[in-house]
Design a protein around this ligand. Sequence first.
Ligand code: MSP
Length: 655
Amino acid sequence: MSKTYITTPIYYVNDLPHIGHIYSTLVADTVARYRRLEGDDVYFLTGTDEHGQKIQKTAAEQGIEPIALADRVVERYHQLWQQLEMTHDDFIRTTEPRHWAGVEKIVARIAEKGDLYVDRHEGFYCVRCETFYTDKELLEGDRCPIHETPCDRQSEENVFFRLSKYQDALLAHYEAHPEFVRPESRLNEVKQFVAQGLKDLSVSRTTVDWGIPLPGFEGHTIYVWLDALTNYISALGYGSDSDQLYRDFWQGDGARIHFVGKDILRFHAVFWPAFLLSAELPLPTTVWAHGWWLRDNLKMSKSIGNVVRPDYLLQDFGHEALRYYVLRDMAFGQDAGFSDEAFIERYNSDLANDIGNTLSRLVTLSRRAFDGALPPAKGDGLKAEAEQAMAEYRGHMEVFSFHEALRSLSKLNQEISQFLVRNEPWKKLKDESQKGEVAEVLWAGLEALRLVATALLPILPEKAPKILESIGADVPETFTEGALSWGGLGTGKTLGAVEPLFPRIDKKEYLKGAEAKKEAKDAKAPAAAENKEKRSGKGKTQASSAEGLISIDDFFGVMLKVATIQTAERVPKSDKLLKLSVDAGESSERTVVAGLGKAYEPEALMGRQVIVVANLKPAKLMGVESNGMVLAATADGKPVLLSPESEVPAGTRVK
Ligand code: MSP
């Protein structure tokens, strides 16, 4: 049995999961399910990346310990993966002792090789990428090429890894194993990056203590990417005495596939293999870089405020519709835009119509014609089309071209419909002399549908078996024994009535309802109204769910903090607006413009503690830039400020 090891990136715990994060795991899960059906012995890993400056900073902003933040977000991942029926075999956290053991072991091997040395390091660091960039890579204004936000200039004594030493070995590896980076366009990017010349890599931090101490280097913490990448082997037992999984899935000759987003390709296709070469360990066989889900043509990002959270999609459409949409509508490897409109169109055309209608039509006709049972005889009317579709499906799934695989299945669905229209079995039901022909036509339609539903098992893990049960077919455990070959459906078996699996959604009504709910909620919650502009993309956003309720994820998207008003003055020519300078526990004071002028004299506000929304996009009010919003309850048209009951440190998170 061939062994296949499949991994997702491990997710940072500074944020709750959005569609972009879910996508990598849905893809990996689909491949894991498919490979198991094809008979492989699969091990599928996911997990969380919990160390580093980003997590340390977010936890400090929330006034909690990093591990408390991690525990909370990890819980959300566990719930979500359960809801999405992910079939991972393990979930690794980088704060677990078994992971530390693996990291310490690989670092020791790298050190023994003489590949670590100490030097002073100066450079621009993007906390969100957790990486240094060279001057050449930065955008104008020393901004990160991925996030486009300013990088910090940092200068510290670091431990360096001799990355430059592995330049030729890496280039030789790409040449000998072009499948190492997929798709091909990404391989070329990686080759170009390495061929331009590799600089040694800083692999320790002295200013970040939330991480694994670097043995032998007092005061140094292991760089978060060296720590994180090692999860792929520490989870298999590398570094521990019970390392059978490591021997089976990393040292054997099976496939070792990392699915990652294109933004983290360099870490996986350059740094990771270089660490492994240094430690003299096997490399992954393939690093597969997928594109980004965009919203309004921008990568989803919490700071832009355009992320799509999964809650409302799961609630309104179910997890399988989400899985189908993301696999069908993104050409794997390229970017794709996410919209509710496209989601509903895809759902209605492929699931409600092509599959749902075909299923109910075939079962209803067969029951009517043959006393509630499957046709008594077989027919080959769709054999050639079905065989071609299955061959295409498998070919595309082998190379992870999910959208093409699903397109082949859709084509076969449409061929079933056209076949029925051409043969009009419904006109022949009462004519005994045509019963044989009706049986052959309906059986061929049902058999083609059986093949479609079988092929959909890795994508619709609950609904595909239901389709098979509705047509009296077996749910196969494997594809290797002819489950995808023509002819497997029986004859004459009694059928039950079909329950609707994919009820059609009225797109206009849905979008109208979603918009109305959003407006009602925005009117109730001024903070959400201010955010409206951020989320003005087509269709509904994470905030809109049934009954106008928001999820805990939505709530945590609004950062509320205690701030102390340092100065307050009237905005010229306005009797309503006050310009406040507040201490929100940050490196400098921020200016917030608030509509408090009719209710409060500026002098009365100085020194007072208030609650501010700290992550609002800046807005200009009467020519003054406001960076946040002060919360007040409005009674009889007058704002009444909200304050903590007793004094707390400025910057304390409100939740
Ligand atoms: N912790 C690192 C990965 C370490 S792996 C050893 C990390 N974490 S992340 O949480 O920021 O991102 C995890 C994955 O989500 C990445 O593959 C990233 O590309 C993916 N996505 C995040 N936003 C995305 C989209 N909008 N669209 C598709 N995937 C994107 O990076």
